[in-house]
Design a protein around this ligand. Structure first.
Ligand code: ASP
Ligand code: MG
Length: 405
């Protein structure tokens, strides 16, 4: 007998019909003799609707009350799904995040899971109940409800799988796996049978939008057997694991991220401490910086450019402005109409020429590169947003077009 954690996203439980469809997937798994822990997200656009509701009342509500509100979306889903499973005649119980023992820190809106107190879920499993847990939420040590950040239910599922040493953690979504590119942009994108944690991590954080990246980090850390599967059709999905057999595949995917903004600090002194001052100030404001580019110093002056997510631009610019006296820059430039396009593949570590091939594809498409950054398994370029769809298609064609379907 195995323990299986199954997670269903908001679209998979969007209406009564889908709730029953999901209930059948769960009871089939249970009928095969498995213990089943299920994690669900809020139905459809519920979380967005709740955010909109809050904005009508108070444009700047406290984060505690916001979490109190947002956690209700998942509570609706667990109760409805449990009712559907009851109706099918199976033993089931729904639990909120706090009831399921999720203890988090107090960082409302993006809380981190500290631990899972397993007793309650263990008891329910012991009674052969199917356990339905509300994703995306927990409780801090002051007994206040917290949420884990948008898309956080994936992380709830992986955390449960890790805590209970589940044999498998299946993430059901409305796509049937991880693709070499977003099929809406690249019609000939192919489904991957397998992908490594590291590749998935790069793709998730690059905007591939299949799995929440914290969930993949956690899966890697605790070696959770993860699988992305379709909730609509029953067919094999994509397995996410430590190493894949398909090493022949140089590149696993091409991703686009539109949530980027570039800030350039022009004309700062070419002297020690400038970068430190700048980035330590941004760090102290908890602004995540992604790509950094510093020009060569000329006439004792240089430029430093960096990217942040769109939501952080105002704050980042303010932070730079607060350093005017120290940095003595000439100007600050910002660009928000840009995208980051990346190729990802563990195979590039041992194969030269990937960057050249990517840049060639962009040249052939007449697309200019503004910034470049690389890691062991990823190459990213910053380009004008209006070219990003073409860029993804061109790069995908160069690397992945002739894979078998
Ligand atoms: N309902 C939350 C959201 O929409 C959490 C999730 O879907 O994973 O972000
Ligand atoms: Mg959702």
């Amino acid at each position: 007998m195995s323990l299986i954690v199954q997670k269903f996203g908001g679209s998979s439980v969007a209406n009564a019909e889908r709730v029953f469809h999901v209930a059948h997937i769960i009871t089939d798994t249970y009928d095969q003799g498995n213990d089943v822990i299920v994690v669900v997200s809020a139905q459809g656009d519920t979380t967005d609707d709740l955010i909109a509701k809050a904005a009508q009342i108070n444009p700047a509500p406290s984060k505690r009350e916001m979490d109190m509100l947002l956690s209700t979306g998942e509570q609706i889903s667990i109760a409805l799904l449990a009712m559907a499973i009851e109706k099918l005649g199976y033993p089931v119980i729904s639990l909120t995040g706090p009831q399921a023992g999720f203890v988090t820190d107090s960082n409302y809106g993006k809380a981190r899971i500290r631990r899972i107190e397993k007793e309650r879920v263990e008891n329910e499993i012991g009674k052969h109940n199917i356990v339905i847990v509300a994703g995306f939420q927990g409780m801090n040590r002051y007994d206040n409800i917290t949420t884990l950040g948008r898309g956080g239910s994936d992380t709830s599922a992986v955390a449960l799988a890790a805590a209970f040493h589940a044999d498998l953690c299946q993430i059901f979504t409305d796509v049937d796996g991880v693709y070499t590119a977003d099929p809406r942009i690249v019609p000939n994108a192919k489904k991957l049978d397998e992908i490594t944690y590291d590749e998935m991590l790069e793709l998730a954080s690059l905007g591939a939008n299949v799995l929440h990246n914290r969930s993949v980090e956690m899966a890697k850390k605790y070696n959770v057997n993860l699988e992305v599967v379709s909730s609509l059709e029953r067919k094999p999905g994509t397995k996410v694991k430590e190493a894949t057999d398909v090493e022949k595949m140089l590149i696993k995917g091409v991703a686009r991220d539109n949530d980027v903004a570039r800030i350039s600090v022009v004309g700062v002194p070419d002297s020690p401490g400038v970068a430190f001052r700048l980035f330590s100030t941004l760090a102290s404001k908890k602004i995540d910086v992604d790509i950094i580019l510093q020009s060569i110093g000329r006439n004792d002056s240089k430029d430093i450019s960096f990217t942040v997510s769109k939501g952080n631009v105002e704050e980042a610019v303010k932070a730079v402005e607060s350093l005017k006296d120290i940095l003595r820059y000439q100007s600050i430039e910002r660009a928000e109409d840009i995208s980051k396009v990346s190729v990802v593949g563990a195979g590039m570590q041992s194969n030269p020429g990937v960057a050249a091939k990517m840049f060639e594809a962009l040249m052939d498409a007449g697309i200019n590169i503004q910034m470049i950054s690389t890691s062991e398994i990823k190459i990213s370029v910053l380009i004008e947003r209006k070219n990003s769809t073409r860029a993804v298609a061109a790069i995908h064609d160069a690397f992945l077009a002739d894979l078998p379907q």
